[in-house]
Design a protein around this ligand. Structure first.
Ligand code: URA
Length: 240
């Protein structure tokens, strides 16, 4: 693996900040100052930053297109779950889904073992945009209802009123809409629609923090590693 990638994966900083550390002469590989960020390093190499050995924790990042009828969990004794789609060679790497999609929601799910990134992507503090494509039964959205969703509405959580954060909503046709949330309350899209007498029939997450997948569900079940550029962009979205 490249030295800059290993350092970034170890949580030391972004690819560009670890390149500056390397350029400043602060990184050694087996005791010798490393100059080339693209230098190939192995698990067995001893890598130090300013004299302190760093561990070889390898952070992994995947984009999964979750199918219908799959639980957002790494293991389940009864039901098909996200863990069933992870290659065997990656078991034991402490991978976990970032947040949760309902059993019947399809679409974009990030899977990683980078705990800090996962935590920040889920925190309402960073206003991460999550866009959903929604097919519903019931009356189509009126302009007045859409305005209310955009401002935030009051739902009930455990008998307590909770206000939803302002969201973006646009009608695609009479029974299809796209909604973008900047937080992640439980079943939030379904509850917002139900609040206005609309029943969600199909829910698909098509975008998260600028990452996008196809609206068409024909690739559900596919999993791929994020590119370096995608990882950098996720990290910068949460100021990492
Ligand atoms: N909102 C929902 O209602 N369900 C999901 O799976 C995600 C967002």
């Amino acid at each position: 693996m490249r030295l800059d990638r290993l350092l970034a994966n170890s949580g030391i900083g972004t690819r560009s900040s670890v390149r500056s550390l390397i350029a400043s002469g602060g990184v050694t590989v087996n005791g010798a100052v490393a100059k080339d960020p693209g230098m190939q390093v192995k698990e067995t190499d001893s890598i130090a930053l300013n004299g302190t050995e760093i561990g070889h924790r390898e952070n992994l990042y995947f984009l999964f297109d979750k199918p219908d009828c799959v639980l957002t969990a790494m293991e389940d004794p009864r039901l098909p779950c996200v863990g069933n789609f992870i290659p065997d060679a990656l078991r034991g790497k402490k991978l976990a889904p970032v947040g949760r999609l309902d059993y019947h929601t399809t679409g974009l799910l990030i899977i990683t073992n980078d705990g800090e990134l996962s935590h920040r992507l889920q925190s309402p503090k960073y206003h991460i945009a999550k866009r959903y494509h929604v097919t519903f039964d019931g009356p189509s959205w009126t302009a007045a209802e859409m305005e209310k969703v955009k401002e935030g509405i009051t739902l009930t959580d455990m008998d307590m009123p909770v206000k939803t954060a302002p969201a973006e909503l646009s009608a695609v046709d009479a029974h299809t809409a796209e909604i973008t949330l900047f937080e992640g309350k439980t079943h939030e899209v379904r509850r917002i629609f139900a609040h206005f007498g609309k029943e969600v029939i199909a829910l698909r997450r098509i975008s998260l923090a600028g990452l996008e997948i196809d609206i068409s569900p024909e690739n559900t079940g596919a999993i791929r590693e994020l590119t370096d550029a995608e990882i950098e962009s996720l990290k910068s979205a949460v100021r990492l």
